[in-house]
Design a protein. Structure first.
Length: 662
């Protein structure tokens, strides 16, 4: 059986041009548009095309792929620039980023070093508790992590296919590889379409949802000799392909619909450009993409991609802004180009020119030396954070809400708690057990954990809803023993206890979870269901809440607490560089003048309300610090410590509600 034709081996300058366009698009969209362009999908398919071509040629020629030499070859191309950027970015992060972002930044630094940053971000993307994390200077390493995982696994795929074809099936190698790549492509694309529809934030960073893009590049490498068309067709599809690459980000909301079917658009554009360039015309797209300026920019595109994002993050931090001016953006691009050229010449080029076969030990030592600064900075930074966070709070020094309820005033010398290094992780304890709350990866399953007085309690309270119900848990736990109360936690990230999805704001999994929870609570009813009464500063109770409460009129009592006010800025960042007054929000902007239930009709008789606003706001303002305790760990979630200090105040509302049950 004849095998597929081997494509002509030649330098393809248009690929450097494609890389140049993709890198520039990524940077421009990040800096000025604040979204993503689809440029990384271009990188993925080009990588699949080139690596498949290279590995297959080596496999056919030598009958094997030296895995160690291949890894060293990859490392000498990838590590010098990557670890230089990581080390410099880590040092600048210490100098410029707020203390409250350090733990997250350190975690992403190590995730980037070891090429699992995409999984780190995937977990954050589906974790509502992490949604308010600030952008780190290492987030762009997610794409490099996926590419690194591809580079490590692809030699194994090529080797296994070669052995399958030559030793077992006795079939042509290229045709066998095409069949295997087609299976990978179809399986990965099918999964990508499914997971993008079900959980797009996770899908965006999922390696398996991206594998089809690399496979498609490999399939193109195998089929390219057969993709010849009339000259005018090549001319048209080439420019059409470039237009598709350039304008995908404008046509599609890439950050919210990729990488399902929509990602076929930019990858298809790359395919059209490569096919057109195979039979280039005088006015063909390859003339532009293969020109010296495009080739040169393509040759520094890896460094350009690596440097642009941390420079943007540090621009935001230094100027305390969320936008970039035209002049500022041009400056970022200029500095990015300069740093790319400098580090390529001084760091990457000397290492890249080192031979692999006869200098493995020397090359390995050089690579370790290049990696060492980033690793040492990361380890030292992590040790410092661990040693200097998590101070002890006392009622005397940190009364929190009890400064209002008990008039306990802290001394002026007392340190603020929780400290900025710990604030982001100051979560209710039930979040420590993944079996105690539901995430999107768990579907609509209802998780339950019990706390407080778990043996022979006088009362059973069900804490239901999302994070804005969950952050009241520490207050409830603080008074559970006094009230002889068991607390059953039913929590789902980003999900309210409601029968209404708020025009799609609550996803289908949340609504299914609500239905499942309702059935469970009706079958085994608690004495009291604790939930939130409204959303943000709205002056009425949502109809979906009321409908849900009515389902329990003859089953259980509802205790609904008014939602806490939101901050305009994340206090953990704001207080790092500004004073308390500047980080506060005006009361009339954060809270409605009247409590929501006074403006709402149809509230069932089984509902008791509590308004705790006096513990968040004065007559004029809502400060981020009360009683020397940081109230919020982000713009709108309470710290565990502040919630705990609200226990006695909450008890004044809750105790009568429980007594009325008897």
């Amino acid at each position: 059986m004849a095998d597929l034709r081997v494509p002509e081996k030649r330098f393809r300058p248009e690929l450097e041009g494609i890389r140049a366009v993709a890198a520039l698009l990524v940077a421009v969209y990040h800096i000025w548009i604040g979204s993503v362009s689809g440029g990384v999908d271009v990188f993925f398919i080009v990588s699949g095309y080139l690596i498949t071509t290279s590995l297959l040629s080596r496999m056919v020629r030598e009958g094997r792929i030296n895995y160690l030499e291949n890894l060293l070859g990859l490392a000498k191309r990838l590590f010098p620039l990557a670890f230089t950027v990581l080390a410099v970015s880590a040092a600048l992060s210490i100098a410029l980023l707020p203390l409250s972002s350090w733990r997250q930044t350190i975690a992403e630094l190590f995730a980037s070093m070891f090429y699992f940053q995409n999984w780190q971000l995937a977990n954050s993307a589906v974790d509502y508790l992490a949604q308010n994390n600030t952008a780190s200077p290492f987030q762009h390493f997610w794409a490099l992590s996926i590419q690194g995982q591809f580079y490590v696994t692809w030699p194994i795929v090529i080797t296994l296919v070669y052995l399958l074809a030559t030793k077992i099936l006795k079939t042509p190698v290229r045709k066998t590889l095409l069949a295997v790549l087609s299976v990978i492509f179809l399986a990965s694309l099918s999964y990508s379409v499914y997971i993008t529809a079900v959980n797009q934030p996770w899908a965006y960073f999922d390696t398996f949802a991206r594998a089809w893009e690399f496979s498609l590049g490999g399939m193109l490498a195998l089929l390219l000799p057969y993709l010849k068309f009339p000259n005018f067709v090549h001319l048209i599809i080439g420019w059409a392909g470039l237009a598709i690459i350039a304008f995908t980000g404008m046509v599609l909301p890439v950050s919210t619909v990729f990488p399902g079917f929509a990602a076929l658009l930019p990858t298809g554009g790359v395919i059209l450009v490569i096919i057109a360039s195979e039979n280039g015309q005088a006015l063909g797209v390859q003339k532009l993409l293969g020109s010296k300026p495009f080739q040169y920019f393509g040759s520094i595109s890896y460094g350009f991609y690596l440097w642009h994002w941390p420079l943007l993050v540090f621009y935001y931090a230094y100027f305390n802004t969320e936008t970039v001016t035209t002049l500022g953006g041009i400056g970022i691009l200029a500095v990015t180009v300069v740093l790319s050229i400098m580090t390529i010449r001084l760091v990457e080029k000397p290492v890249r020119e080192m031979p692999v076969k006869h200098s493995k030990k020397r090359l390995s030592k050089v690579l370790v030396a290049l990696m060492a600064p980033a690793i040492l900075v990361g380890l030292s930074w992590g040790v410092f954070v661990q040693a200097n966070s998590g101070g002890t709070a006392t009622i005397k020094d940190n009364p929190g809400a009890q400064a209002v309820s008990e008039n306990i005033q802290p001394s002026e010398e007392a340190e603020l708690q929780p400290d900025f290094l710990s604030a982001k992780e100051d979560l209710p304890t039930f979040y420590e057990d993944i079996n105690c709350y539901s995430t999107d990866t768990m579907g609509a399953n209802v998780k339950e954990c019990s706390f407080g007085v778990t043996e022979d309690p006088e009362h059973v309270l069900a804490l239901v809803g999302g994070s804005h119900s969950g952050h009241w848990f520490p207050a409830l736990e603080a008074i559970a023993e006094d009230l002889n109360m068991r607390i059953d936690v039913y929590n789902k990230n980003a999900c309210r206890f409601s029968s209404d999805d708020f025009d799609g704001e609550l996803d289908q999994l949340c609504m299914e979870w609500n239905e499942n929870l309702e059935k469970k609570l009706i079958e085994d009813p608690p004495d009291l269901i604790f939930t939130t009464a409204n959303i943000d500063s709205e002056d009425a109770v949502p109809s979906g809440y009321i409908e849900k409460w009515k389902q329990f009129e003859d089953v259980a009592e509802i205790f609904a607490v008014r939602d806490n006010p939101r901050m305009e800025n994340d206090p953990t960042f704001c207080l790092d560089s500004a004073n308390l007054k500047d980080c506060s929000v005006q009361r009339d902007k954060a809270l409605a003048d009247e409590v929501p239930w006074e403006n709402t009709e149809g509230i069932p008789d089984n509902v008791t309300f509590a308004d705790m606003s006096e513990y968040f706001c004065t007559d004029d303002a809502c400060p981020p610090v009360v009683g020397n305790v940081l109230v919020y760990r982000d713009k709108h979630h309470l710290t565990t410590l502040y919630s705990q200090t609200m226990g006695p105040a909450l008890k004044e509302y809750l105790e009568p509600a429980l007594e009325n049950l008897n």
